[in-house]
Design a protein around this ligand. Structure first.
Ligand SMILES: NC(=O)C1=CN([C@@H]2O[C@H](COP(=O)(O)OP(=O)(O)OC[C@H]3O[C@@H](n4cnc5c(N)ncnc54)[C@H](O)[C@@H]3O)[C@@H](O)[C@H]2O)C=CC1
Ligand SMILES: O=C(O)CCC(=O)C(=O)O
Length: 443
């Protein structure tokens, strides 16, 4: 392998043309890994560990044909990117969104490898999904799509091979339809998916885990600085699974949350949300603009992002590249001291540079949002030993895992003036996978 970083990147660029998100994720990780390997593990260069890590073990792409409610034939494309299985079965969510393409799934699968390693659990990395748009579809259409998707995917996954879960556009309902079809095809009740219902093999706290875990991580950051979350003002983007439970836990920890958002715009409530307001917000679906009719101090800003509002903590929980350089500059100028990513790669490379230059606490998704996949890993364990742990047990384990990820980030990311959480997460996630690859030979 090339020991020159620019040569390495230009090879990856040539091998993956037209995949900007994947290249962005590779650069975000390998910029930290290259100097670390040079200094500590030059043997990884001979073994081409980085070149192997950036080449998926397998990519499956397939046609998904289904009938809509008007009896019209619809055709979508399905994918599963099986990125790396050095430390366990492939593990990672399925995304259903019209923007889904191979580049996005490869970036997500790549990130997942490091994230899953950071949890300390024996899970490899993968990701999948489809360009199917669930918005505006009936329940029956969603079910027919999920059944058709699984009719192809089932032959590539399994409890010890590859265990998908949810992501954008895939929640408990979709996991139910996917699981039902897998069971019908295989005549086999097995832990092949996580995020299952609590009555049929799911783990308590899985729906909450990503958002709760994010706040447990932020709590660690503040405690490490001898501070508390009490009274801190937080801005949140997104209004889905991750955002909702992030707001809930932030409120429980004493923070004041003033925004949520969706692709239509941002809802700003200067008085802060509370449990009752959140419950009302949850009834609105995508119509967040209806919220001020009940809480007139609030305002909906169509087409705008939450980062213009003064805050101590920013929690991007919507989607990739939703926070750019100008947003980052605004956050820093307004006194924000902590940005923790609930979404995967929500900050652009330029935004990250602004945060690192300003030496504020920047917690990348692979560390800060690892709580979701961690509880998925715990769901796999519960399925294997045919038991179900109570809510408190899972929540305690989640907290412990987030604390240990924070410790790993400190171990590899502590610099003289501040903690470089990005570097800490990149190196901490890499080391176990690289050593496992080395032990398993040239495969
Ligand atoms: N669900 C999980 O357990 C995990 C999810 N993530 C990541 O968290 C993010 C959110 O996922 P979920 O909450 O599960 O999905 P979701 O489908 O429940 O919610 C996504 C939310 O983001 C909003 N959104 C989408 N595009 C947007 C845009 N361009 N601008 C503003 N808002 C936009 C949607 O309106 C929706 O409110 C994704 O990046 C996902 O990969 C990361 C770890 C685990
Ligand atoms: O729970 C899982 O397996 C995957 C969660 C996920 O997709 C993610 O961490 O981005």
């Amino acid at each position: 392998m090339s020991k020159n970083y620019n040569d390495f990147i230009s090879i990856v660029e040539k091998r993956n043309p037209n995949e900007p998100e994947f290249l962005q994720a590779v650069k975000e990780v390998t910029e930290d890994l290259f100097p670390y390997i040079t200094e500590n593990h030059p043997e990884f260069f001979e073994q081409k560990i980085l070149e192997r890590l950036t080449e998926p073990e397998r990519i499956i792409s397939f046609r998904v044909t289904w009938l809509d409610d008007n009896h019209e034939v619809q055709v979508n494309r399905g994918y599963r990117v099986q990125m790396n299985s050095a430390i366990g079965p492939y593990k990672g969510g399925l995304r259903f969104a019209p923007s889904v393409n191979q580049s996005i799934l490869k970036f997500l699968a790549f990130e997942q490898v490091f994230k899953n390693s950071l949890t300390g659990l024996p899970i490899g990395g993968g990701k999948g999904g489809s360009d199917f748009d669930p918005k505006g579809k009936s329940d029956n259409e969603i079910m027919r799509f999920c059944q058709s998707f699984m009719t192809e995917l089932y032959r590539h996954i399994g409890a010890d091979t590859d265990v998908p879960a949810g992501d954008i556009g895939v929640g408990g309902r979709e996991i139910g339809y996917l699981f039902g079809q897998f069971k019908r095809l295989q005549n086999n009740f097995t832990g092949v998916l996580t995020g299952k219902g609590e009555l049929w093999g799911g783990s308590y706290i899985r729906p909450e885990a990503t958002g709760y875990g994010l706040l447990y991580f932020v709590d660690c950051i503040f405690k490490h600085q001898g501070k508390s979350l009490k009274g801190k003002v937080a801005t949140v983007s997104g209004a889905g699974n991750v955002a909702f439970y992030a707001v809930e836990k932030a409120l429980q920890l004493g923070a004041k949350v003033i925004t949520v958002s969706n692709s239509l715009g941002t809802l700003y409530d200067p008085d802060g949300f509370d449990a009752e307001k959140m419950a009302f917000g949850a009834t609105l679906g995508r119509s967040l603009d209806q919220y001020p009719s009940k809480y007139p101090n609030a305002q909906f800003f169509p087409g705008q992002k939450p980062w213009q509002f003064k805050c101590d903590i920013a929690l991007p929980c919507a989607t990739q590249n939703e926070l750019d350089e100008s947003d980052a500059k605004m956050l820093v100028a307004n006194g924000c001291t902590c940005v923790a990513e609930g979404a995967n790669m929500p900050s652009t490379a330029e935004a990250i540079k602004v945060f690192l230059d300003a030496k504020i606490s920047f917690a990348p998704g692979k560390a800060a949002n690892a709580g979701g996949v961690a509880v998925s890993g715990l769901e796999m364990s519960q399925n294997s030993i045919r038991t179900q742990w109570c809510t408190e047990e899972v929540d305690n384990r989640l907290k412990t895992i987030m604390e240990s990820i924070h410790e790993t980030c400190l171990k590899y990311g502590k610099e003289s003036e501040f903690v470089n959480y990005l570097k800490g997460a990149n190196i901490g996630g890499f080391i176990k996978v690289a050593n496992a690859m080395k032990a398993q030979g040239i495969v």
